[in-house]
Design a protein. Structure first.
Length: 363
């Protein structure tokens, strides 16, 4: 089975009328990059590259660097192919657009493998018994306390029992806790803004909000020794890993020991193959994996399958809780009561809706 063609599908999907983002904080739309791999035997698989504002940069990396290396290669030898591609392209960096593109191709090849074997991806990874997994509502950054309060209230009304914020102001976090009440799991992602001294000071202000975790508090994010020092002193569990891009990086993060929760992003760090390795590394350190999936495409489904097969009972799926005009899978992938169904179809279990690809694609 030979890789015949690799296509990029950039999507730009506007927010729906119910999106709670206020005024200037609201971007015009959500941009993503889906990738389709086809074989000479007619199989096709889907993957996702981390994109946001860099979708076109990653598309060029896919089309100019990654696709030419993979075309004509054996689609059943995912591991050797991805290793060879990473070695060939490492001069462009071990993270960033090239690795994001490779992540999409890797996931698409696993999708093909499942479809060819007629089994779901979680079976290829070791099996799973539960029909669904817990997931949390990951809110967009609102900035204003009133909008944060409204977003938390909406998420709870939708059945979620755990909510993650993307805020930095203590007033916004207090508003979230007031809206959530004491029983709701509340997490805070601050996206790498502070020095160790600043993070220590800010953590003291957040301590009264009983956070389940504080995510990526330090700049630069690869300051694992600084994270370990903060973790030992701040009194709040820490989470990180979204910006790590190789198993050695995750090994250093876990060995520091810098985190209570590790957060590999399958659309960033190598797809299903590398994601599975991080689950193994984390299990050896007794650290819970909480995949980073602030997106709605095949990267999300890859994390669902991997978590079902390799995660612990504490592993949760991140669901980007925002109102969009459409979603890549339509209504086929949607949480219910704070849980997300484990797809049982072959491969990832669902393909993107062709109407969504046509309507919101940039071909």
């Amino acid at each position: 089975m030979i890789i015949d063609k690799i296509d990029a599908f950039p999507l730009t999907i506007p927010f729906g009328a119910g999106a709670a983002l206020p005024g200037p904080s609201r971007p015009p739309a959500v941009t993503s990059l889906l990738v389709r791999v086809r074989t000479d035997e007619g199989h096709e698989g889907w993957g996702e590259a981390f994109a946001f504002e860099g979708a076109q940069v990653t598309r060029r990396a896919l089309e100019d660097l990654v696709a030419p290396l993979c075309a004509g290669q054996d689609a059943t030898r995912t591991g050797p192919l991805m290793r060879a591609a990473q070695q060939k392209l490492h001069v462009f960096g071990r993270g960033g657009a090239v690795m994001h593109a490779l992540s999409a191709v890797d996931t698409a090849l696993w999708d093909i493998a499942g479809k060819a074997a007629r089994v779901p991806l979680h079976r290829l990874l070791g099996g799973a018994g539960a029909p669904d997994l817990p997931c949390y509502a990951s809110l967009d950054p609102y900035g204003e306390a009133a909008a944060v309060r409204a977003g938390v209230t909406q998420a709870l009304a939708a059945g979620f029992t755990d909510v993650k914020l993307h805020e930095r102001a203590p007033a916004a976090v207090r508003a979230a806790r007031e809206a959530a009440g004491p029983a709701t799991g509340l997490m805070l992602d601050v996206n790498c803004p502070w020095t160790l001294a600043q993070a220590t000071e800010m953590a003291a202000q957040f301590r009264g909000q009983r956070l389940r975790w504080l995510e990526e508090p330090l700049w630069p994010p690869e300051d694992y020794d600084g994270l370990a020092r903060l973790r030992a002193a701040c009194g709040i569990p820490l989470a990180a890993g979204e910006n790590a891009a190789a198993p050695l990086d995750f090994g250093r993060l876990l060995a520091a020991p810098a985190v209570d929760y590790v957060q590999p992003s399958p659309a960033k760090m190598g797809g299903v193959s590398e994601l599975a390795r991080v689950f193994t590394l984390a299990a050896a350190r007794n650290v819970t994996v909480m995949p980073h999936t602030f997106y709605h495409g095949p990267g999300l489904l890859a994390a669902v399958h991997a978590a079902a097969a390799l995660g612990t009972p504490d592993t949760m799926i991140e669901w980007r809780y925002t109102d969009l005009a459409a979603r890549p899978y339509g209504d086929a992938v949607q949480p219910d009561g704070g849980r997300i169904r484990l797809p049982q179809g072959p491969g990832l279990g669902a393909d993107p809706d062709p109407d969504v690809l046509r309507r919101y694609g940039d071909r």
